[in-house]
Ligand binder design. Structure first.
Ligand SMILES: NC(=O)c1ccc[n+]([C@@H]2O[C@H](COP(=O)([O-])OP(=O)(O)OC[C@H]3O[C@@H](n4cnc5c(N)ncnc54)[C@H](OP(=O)(O)O)[C@@H]3O)[C@@H](O)[C@H]2O)c1
Length: 264
């Protein structure tokens, strides 16, 4: 689908590091934006700069999930981007924290996709874009809960893509690796070994444009080592986790979990 000036796109988690880059990429390509987030004050400046409408919604609240879509009105593209980092050992999470991760990272995208797809099918066009993570292909120490939600998005996306194939509605999942400069990993302040590599939020923004224009099933936006790891994990996941441990992955996982613990 070509990005046009009458295309309406809803982006969740729009005030986050990657959400802002997605919003800018879509605005520069000419789309009309509806930006969603929990905190209106954090969305105002961005919304002004990309001439967007704002819908405030806390996706942990079930009533807000449906209201977000209702207030957005008919949309051509849904970018389900909002998420919590949910990092750390599962044994360190309370049941409430587990529910929050499942609600924001998995339930909200499922319900939003279900309702958005209804309108898209009726209008005969549309694209649904899920922002997963390389942790949606490789689970490592400290990613059990996050990976449960991000692997879940992959299953949802691949199945939904088949459900909607005949109606011409596209479904794509984007798998970012470590993203520098802004967003939940950059905010953690954790330094990676040089060989690991990162990608920029702008590259995720460009991937969203590619998803809308070309409708691939999956796009990975990750440094070579992580892309290769994801590929190998599809063949032998235990080999990849053993390699990650050897390269010091446990120490980095603990540092990230400690830095993100306040977001559980
Ligand atoms: N950064 C990375 O390295 C990386 C790597 C792989 C995948 N990803 C994925 O990329 C996406 C964007 O992440 P990011 O790095 O931009 O993270 P971020 O800066 O922490 O942004 C996350 C966004 O989700 C929103 N959010 C969290 N809980 C919410 C709730 N209950 N209701 C509504 N919105 C909520 C946040 O709103 P508040 O500002 O109000 O909290 C924020 O706008 C996520 O799906 C993430 O899993 C990121």
């Amino acid at each position: 689908m070509k990005v046009t000036s009458d295309m309406k796109v809803l982006v969740t988690g729009a005030n986050g590091g990657i959400g802002q880059a997605i919003a800018r990429a879509l605005h520069n390509a000419g789309a009309q934006l509806i930006l969603s987030g929990r905190r209106p004050e954090a969305l105002v400046a961005l919304a002004e700069s990309v001439r967007a409408r704002v819908v405030v919604a806390d996706l942990e609240r079930r009533e807000d999930v449906a209201r977000c879509l209702a207030e957005a009105g008919p949309i051509d593209v849904l970018v389900a981007n909002a998420a919590l980092p949910s990092s750390g050992a599962l044994l360190d999470f309370s049941e409430d924290q587990i529910d929050r991760a499942l609600d924001v990272n998995l339930r909200a995208p499922i319900v939003m996709a279900r309702h958005a797809a209804q309108g898209m099918v009726e209008r005969g066009k549309g694209q649904i874009v899920f922002i997963s993570s390389i942790s949606g292909k490789v689970a490592a120490m400290g990613t059990a809960l996050y990976s449960a939600t991000k692997f879940g998005l992959r299953g949802l996306s691949l199945g939904l893509r088949e459900d909607l194939r005949a109606s011409g509605i596209g479904v794509t999942t984007i798998f970012p690796g470590f993203i520098r400069d802004a967003g939940m990993f950059a905010d953690s302040g954790v330094a990676l070994p040089f060989a690991v590599g990162t990608r920029s939020p702008e590259q995720v923004g460009q991937a969203v444009l590619r998803a809308i224009e070309k409708n691939p099933a999956e796009i990975t936006v990750a440094a070579f080592s992580q892309s290769l790891g994801a590929l190998l994990a599809g063949i032998s996941h235990s080999t990849v986790t053993a390699l990650t441990r050897k390269l010091g992955g446990e120490k980095i996982a603990k540092q990230i979990a400690a830095a993100q613990a306040h977001k559980r």
